[in-house]
Design a protein around this ligand. Structure first.
Ligand SMILES: Cc1ncc(COP(=O)(O)O)c(C=O)c1O
Length: 373
């Protein structure tokens, strides 16, 4: 196959799903999939073998839950609009409001769903500002000082999201702040959703500690149903983006292998987060070593000057046509791609447990043109 392709590997996906389902069963909680991290809907029949629900942040995600996942969504959006809200209600079992003004405006229309409020515990250990929902001036959630002593009668839950690729120790420390600030309202609630960022499928994640934290919490508040809505954890390390070298150029001693993919279009988190992706068979080296033999920048094929990352040391001189494989390029990456510059979008494939590669989707000129109408 010569076109670039994201390959999701069924065996790795199932491994994550069974671990998550086991945590849910042992901790006696519901764990649902956050579409913002993963929405390759042709894989949903596999997900349905392990989990029952998903979380949506927009009308399109709510429809995807209802129509493709075949279960109503737990929906939270920073702000609902009059135009979209009625259809969101139809597709949702739970609806969380980000502010009291949104609650006032929309709650009468949402009687069929269980309603919640997003709260802000003003504590998050996420150091990348782009991903810190509690940074000063945040637009997410209601702080404790703004909540009325008596919650509106139709509020049944709290929703709180403060983690990002975190371990259970971070959750444990965060929980202290959540309880300190919000436990006095817990007797008025039926459920609490502790958001995403619980990276329970990472190798060094202490799953037993997570289960213990939840068991202890349940002892204190046995009437509360607990929901977690991770995204990354489901698709963590489930497959690569396979690309190819198209040309090799050199300037000031720095060699760049230009690829048939783009960081800005097809791996945007590398530039946004930012982080250096792992490349199969290569070692990440410091900038100072960029001019050494067999060391390359990898460059995207867009016209954005900054569409490159570096540097990687390979064990051979790169050649035009050879494969460059970026590891772990499924979660967030596949939902965030774009067709900037008209750069060809990689295909999406699924490597089945029996070794067969199924092309779920390939993209062409029409996909670019149809967005531009
Ligand atoms: C409200 C909410 N829930 C869930 C998630 C999923 O988080 P993650 O993919 O880090 O588990 C996010 C991520 O931004 C979020 O904002």
């Amino acid at each position: 196959m010569n076109t670039p392709i994201y390959i999701i590997e069924e065996t790795k996906l199932r491994r994550n799903l069974s671990l998550i389902a086991e945590v849910a069963a042992k901790a006696d909680i519901e764990v649902i999939l956050a579409f913002k991290a993963f929405a390759l809907w042709k894989t949903f029949p596999i997900f349905r073998e392990y989990i029952n629900s998903t979380t949506a942040s927009s009308l399109s995600e709510a429809r995807l839950a209802f129509e493709e996942f075949k279960a109503p969504a737990h929906t939270y959006s920073p702000a609902y609009t009059e135009e979209e809200f009625p259809e969101i209600v139809k597709c949702s079992s739970h609806i969380t409001f980000n502010s009291l003004s949104q609650y006032e405006r929309f709650h009468e229309q949402a009687k069929s769903a269980s309603l919640g409020l997003r709260v802000n515990p003003e504590y998050s250990e996420v150091s990348t500002l782009l991903y810190n929902p509690c940074a000063p001036g945040t637009r997410f959630g209601i702080t404790a000082d703004k909540l009325p002593e008596q919650l509106p009668a139709d509020i049944e839950g709290f929703h709180c999201h403060t983690l990002c690729e975190s371990g259970p120790d971070v959750f444990q420390r965060t929980l202290v702040h959540i309880e300190e600030k919000f436990a006095k309202w817990f007797p008025q609630l039926k459920w609490i959703n502790f958001g995403g960022g619980h990276l329970m499928t990472r190798k060094d994640y202490d799953v037993e500690l997570l289960i213990k934290i939840i068991h202890d919490f349940k002892k204190r508040y046995p009437w509360l149903k607990i929901i977690l809505e991770p995204g990354s954890a489901f698709a963590w390390q489930t497959g690569p983006l396979v690309s190819h070298v198209v040309d090799i150029v050199e300037d000031k001693g720095i060699k760049t292998a230009i690829l048939d993919v783009s960081f800005t279009c097809h791996m945007p988190d590398c530039l946004e987060m930012p982080y250096m992706p792992e490349v199969r068979g290569a070692e990440i080296v410091e900038m100072e070593k960029a001019t050494e033999p067999m060391t390359y920048r990898l460059g995207g094929n867009s016209c954005l000057s900054g569409d490159f990352m570096g540097s990687w040391l390979f064990d051979h001189e790169l050649k035009v046509g050879e494969e460059i494989i970026f590891e772990d390029m499924i979660h967030y990456t596949t939902v965030k791609t774009c067709t900037f510059n008209g750069i060809s979008h990689p295909a999406i494939g699924m490597l089945h447990a029996n070794g067969k590669l199924e092309i779920l989707r390939s993209f062409g000129y029409e996909d670019y043109r149809n967005r531009m109408d």
